[in-house]
Every structure is written in structure tokens, then in C-alpha cells.
Design a protein around this ligand. Structure first.
Ligand SMILES: [Cu+2]
Length: 156
């Protein structure tokens, strides 16, 4: 796969008269392919679920998340305690290996969002910035959904 991209780029460069060949690891950047922000009940933290992808040839690490419309946010992991109870722990550094995807989902990785602007409504987009050790700050968007949407959108 990697090799095929390299060949395709070389061919494209030749076709355009000796354009610079882009290294394979710059054909994609770290980011997320889907993002859902679940609007909370009044007074509760919100939950944000991202599918963070790393199409580059280098491992990276997500170290922080922030939202334009919230006071603070923190990556958490939910862990089953074995007695039917669940426990959340903060994740200060989340490794995203090369060519891999971290799929946040209910019952697992999520971003806990504190002080979310209550004016955000279902269907809105919320601006999200994830800080990576290697790629730096990456800013994108998450769709605002409600608990009623979780089954159809997140638990498929
Ligand atoms: Cu949490």
C-alpha cells in the first residue's frame, strides 16, 4: 500500500515535469474521521467521542483536548471493575501508533467536557482542538448530538 502510493506520486511528479515528490508520510495528517459531542443533562459534563486517525508513518501521542465552547476537557478511559461497576481514569498521554485509529466509544475512551456552553444544540458543530506531541495542535469539528442519538450513531 505504502509502496503503491510512492509509485503513484513518482508517476505524478514525472507527469508534471519533475515536481518535488512528496514523502509518503506527508500524504495524510493526524486528525479525526468522526467526532460526536453528546449534549449533557443540565449541570453534567458532556462526552465527546472521536475516531483519531494517524495515517503517517510515525507514531504520535494525543496529550490534550480543548473545545472553544467549554471550560475544560480531559481524555478519560472507562474501565469495568468486574462487579458491574465502572470506573473512569484520566489519560494524560494517548499513543496513536502509525497507520492506526483510536476509536473513542461509550464504555471506553472518551473526552469528558466540563462547562459546555448550553446554547449548543443538536445539529450544531463544536470546534475541537487536539494537541499531539508530534503533529502539534489539530483543530476540527464535532457534531452535537443528544443521548437519543447515541445508540444509532455511536454503538453501531
Ligand atoms: Cu469521563
Amino acid at each position: 500500500m505504502k509502496r503503491r502510493i510512492g509509485i503513484a506520486l513518482a508517476a505524478a511528479a514525472a507527469a508534471f515535469g519533475g515536481c518535488r515528490v512528496v514523502p509518503v508520510d506527508q500524504t495524510g495528517t493526524v486528525g479525526w474521521t468522526r467526532g460526536y459531542l453528546v449534549k449533557p443533562a443540565a449541570g453534567s459534563p458532556a462526552a465527546l467521542y472521536l475516531w483519531i486517525t494517524n495515517p503517517t508513518a510515525h507514531g504520535d501521542t494525543a496529550t490534550a483536548v480543548r473545545l472553544a465552547a467549554a471550560d475544560s476537557a480531559q481524555i478519560h478511559r472507562t474501565m469495568a471493575m468486574g462487579n458491574g461497576m465502572e470506573h473512569m481514569t484520566p489519560v494524560v498521554a494517548l499513543p496513536i501508533p502509525a497507520h492506526d485509529t483510536a476509536r473513542f466509544a461509550p464504555g471506553g475512551l472518551h473526552v469528558m467536557v466540563f462547562g459546555l456552553d448550553s446554547a449548543l444544540a443538536r445539529g450544531d458543530s463544536a470546534q475541537v482542538t487536539v494537541t499531539f506531541a508530534r503533529a502539534g495542535d489539530v483543530t476540527g469539528w464535532a457534531h452535537v448530538i443528544t443521548y437519543a442519538d447515541v445508540d444509532s450513531l455511536l454503538l453501531r
